[in-house]
Design a protein around this ligand. Structure first.
Ligand code: P6P
Length: 334
């Protein structure tokens, strides 16, 4: 048989169910949450594709918790995720970059495992006006009923994420997912309305001579990062930067290299948020064989992003992630 007949067609839905079947104790609650993210992604992808035509682009007039002007599509994407996830029994809490406070959906004190879903509904949305790639980033944690408050149950380190991933709205709509056993990649086939699996067990290249950082902030970087950039440019590295984390991380995952958002004068802890940007991306990169650091810890050791203990759901952290050899080249200079 030729490979078109042997190469099975696996949808995201059947992939999720196959993962569930591996765990006899599984109740299917997590599968329902992941399918809610899939449906949300299809709806958001349609809005993004038609944004200019629907004249939805432009400022919504409001600001989010980060003081960033909200694009109308930020609001729409946030609403879609809130509504679709809110309808899933297994969701206890939803936390979004766009909402100051988490939304408590169900806070019963006993019963089956429920989950917390954290997300950046439309990351890089400023790219929308220029038809640049944007994305949704999500992180799923177990709801901890023993926590002092529902908000407290969100403050778990990235190492205990149950699943994480992103959807990239670009020339095609790509859904990258990890449930703790590697990284799988799906592309939306709009003719059938399903995400089809195109990569299973994705591995990031060990090394690749390119880096991704906003060099406009270079003079505000700590010296070690500036020394790294000097070294990279003396060693023939090329630079790629889309200005949307999902696009930059997706390229790094597929092609290798290193993506960084170091501390800057304006953002001493970096600009990216730990809970719903750095942690989910760090899980994917480590699951694909890469490294994901927040720079160096106080004792000089490498600080894994996934080991950070969060203190606030909107806190920020520096990010250096990508191919293991390329992350090592950065940390060697820090
Ligand atoms: P800068 C988009 O606003 C975002 O949150 C990330 O998606 C992206 O990596 C970063 O900020 C870009 O920030 O300062 O380079 O424009």
């Amino acid at each position: 048989m030729n490979d078109t007949t042997t190469r099975e067609i696996v949808t995201l839905q059947s992939h999720i169910l196959a993962q569930q079947a591996k765990n006899p104790q599984s109740t299917g609650t997590l599968s329902w949450i992941l399918s809610a993210l899939s449906i949300s992604a299809k709806v958001i992808a349609d809005h993004v594709r038609r944004a200019r035509l629907a004249d939805v682009l432009g400022k919504a007039g409001a600001e989010n918790v980060q003081g960033e002007e909200q694009q109308k599509l930020d609001v729409i994407s946030n609403d879609v995720l809130m509504r679709v996830l809110g309808g899933r029994e297994g969701v206890a809490i939803v936390a979004s970059e766009e909402n100051e406070e988490p939304v408590i959906i169900r806070s019963d004190t006993e019963g089956e495992q429920r989950y917390c879903v954290l997300f950046d509904p439309l990351d890089g949305s400023s790219n929308l006006d220029v038809c640049g790639s944007v994305g949704t980033i999500f992180s799923i944690l177990r709801y901890d009923r023993r926590a002092a408050s529902p908000e407290e149950s969100l403050l778990q380190p990235g190492d205990v994420q149950v699943a994480a991933g992103y959807i990239l709205y670009g020339p095609s709509t790509v859904f990258c997912l990890s449930m703790g056993e590697g990284v799988d990649m799906f592309v939306l086939d709009i003719s059938v309305g399903a995400f089809l699996r195109v990569e299973q067990g994705l591995r990031i290249p060990t090394a690749s001579k390119n880096y991704s950082v906003n060099e406009g902030n270079r003079l505000g970087f700590p010296e070690g990062y500036q020394r790294y950039l000097d070294w990279a440019q003396q060693n023939g590295y090329s630079s790629r930067y889309a200005g949307a984390m999902v696009a930059d991380v997706h390229r790094t995952l597929l092609k290798g290299g290193v993506f960084m958002y170091p501390p800057t004068v304006k953002a001493p802890n970096g600009k990216l948020r730990l809970m719903y940007e750095a942690n989910p991306m760090a899980m994917l990169i480590e699951q694909a064989g890469g490294k994901a650091l927040a720079g160096r810890a106080d004792d000089g050791s490498e600080q894994r992003i996934l080991a950070l203990q969060p203190k606030d759901i909107h806190e920020r952290c520096p990010v250096v992630l990508g191919s293991p050899d390329e992350v090592d080249h950065v940390t060697r200079h820090l």
